[in-house]
Design a protein around this ligand. Structure first.
Ligand code: FE
Length: 343
């Protein structure tokens, strides 16, 4: 067969092969690794697709498992966004080097300073408050004031709280280390642990149920669990919720401890602009109202209206500590809880 000059088709194919990697870099889909329950995020993602035509692929898993996966996949990870709960966990992702900083004026204007990392690696998308739940028939609100006061001997054997392995508690203790210092926090932990009604077990809902059942008078939990129980179809949860009430701690000083769910763009992201657009969509007013209605969490901006359940708890002063500090002080908190014998 005689040699021929390369046909146009050959040249076209060669060019196509050379530029293919560019095309695979810029896809028009966004891939999310999410530690949220699917029902708490999927409807919003579908709304985003409806409005923009951008397909969103959702991978749901446990927060720590998703982080491990991101680390092992490295730059080959298909993920564009990591969405998870608790600033402590977002901070871990930041420290693990799986996120990248994005300078976005839009995100910075939508999300207050204290609810995002100072170097723009992650952004808070909803606010959760860790509150005191008390038995209505055994506790007067005049007995309640601060987290600190829950270490007083008056509460001996009357406090229920989940284990120290739970990051919500770790973040609460981290916030106390920042505001009170390690010495006072250690003394507080000692008194608080001595007041436990039982060895920590179960999740936040179980602590609320234990208060309702009379096993303890006080519990420290995230407020959306109470919201979920009030609105539950399950009569036993509604009944339990009706026996307790919510108290906002530390209203005279630094405010109630809050945390976030949030998202960051991964270092491996193929589509930074779309990922940024999606995060901005989640922070926009419509999505924020949905979060408050569906998840009983608080919006990141207090101009967004909340559901009647959240409104029924009244306004509260929230701690304005930058949530990054919860991550920065996480290991110190874990060690202090351990020393105090918080199981
Ligand atoms: Fe939770």
């Amino acid at each position: 067969m005689a040699l021929r000059t390369p046909s146009l088709k050959y040249i076209f194919n060669a060019v196509l092969i050379a530029i293919t990697p560019l095309y695979s870099v810029a896809s028009d889909e966004v891939n999310i690794y999410s530690a949220r329950q699917e029902s708490l995020i999927k409807p919003l993602l579908e709304r985003f697709t409806e409005q923009t035509g951008t397909k969103v692929n959702l991978v749901t898993g446990k927060g720590d498992a998703l982080l491990t996966r991101l680390k092992s996949e490295g730059m080959n990870s298909p993920a564009d966004i990591l969405l998870t709960v608790d600033a402590g966990r977002l901070y871990r992702a930041q420290e693990a080097g799986v996120l990248q900083a994005i300078a976005s004026d839009e995100l910075n204007s939508l999300i207050p300073d204290h609810l995002r990392s100072s170097d723009n690696q992650w952004y808070g998308l909803s606010v959760r408050a860790r509150v005191i739940i008390y038995a209505k028939n055994r506790v007067q609100t005049s007995q309640l004031s601060t987290y600190e006061s829950l270490a007083d001997p008056e509460w001996r054997g009357k406090v229920c709280v989940r284990s120290s392995g739970n990051i919500y508690n770790q973040s609460l203790v981290a916030s106390m280390i920042v505001s009170q210092g390690m010495k006072k926090t250690e003394a507080w932990l000692e008194g608080f642990v001595a007041n436990f009604a039982r060895p920590p077990a179960g999740g936040d809902r179980d602590q609320i149920k234990a208060v309702a059942a009379g096993q303890c008078d006080i519990a420290v939990v995230n407020s959306y669990y109470l919201g979920g129980m009030i609105l539950s179809d399950d009569q036993s949860q509604q009944t339990a919720a009706s026996k307790v009430a919510l108290f906002w701690p530390n209203q005279q000083d630094r405010g109630t401890h809050i945390n976030i769910s949030g998202a960051g763009i991964t270092k491996s992201a193929k589509n930074i602009n779309l990922a940024e657009e999606l995060i901005a969509f989640l922070a926009a007013t419509g999505s924020q109202e949905w979060y408050a209605e569906r998840n009983n969490e608080f919006p990141v901006r207090d101009t967004v209206k909340v559901s009647s359940v959240l409104e029924s708890w009244g306004p509260f002063v929230a701690d304005t500590l930058n949530v990054s500090e919860l991550g920065r002080n996480n290991s110190a908190a874990i060690m202090a809880m351990d020393r105090a014998g918080w199981k």
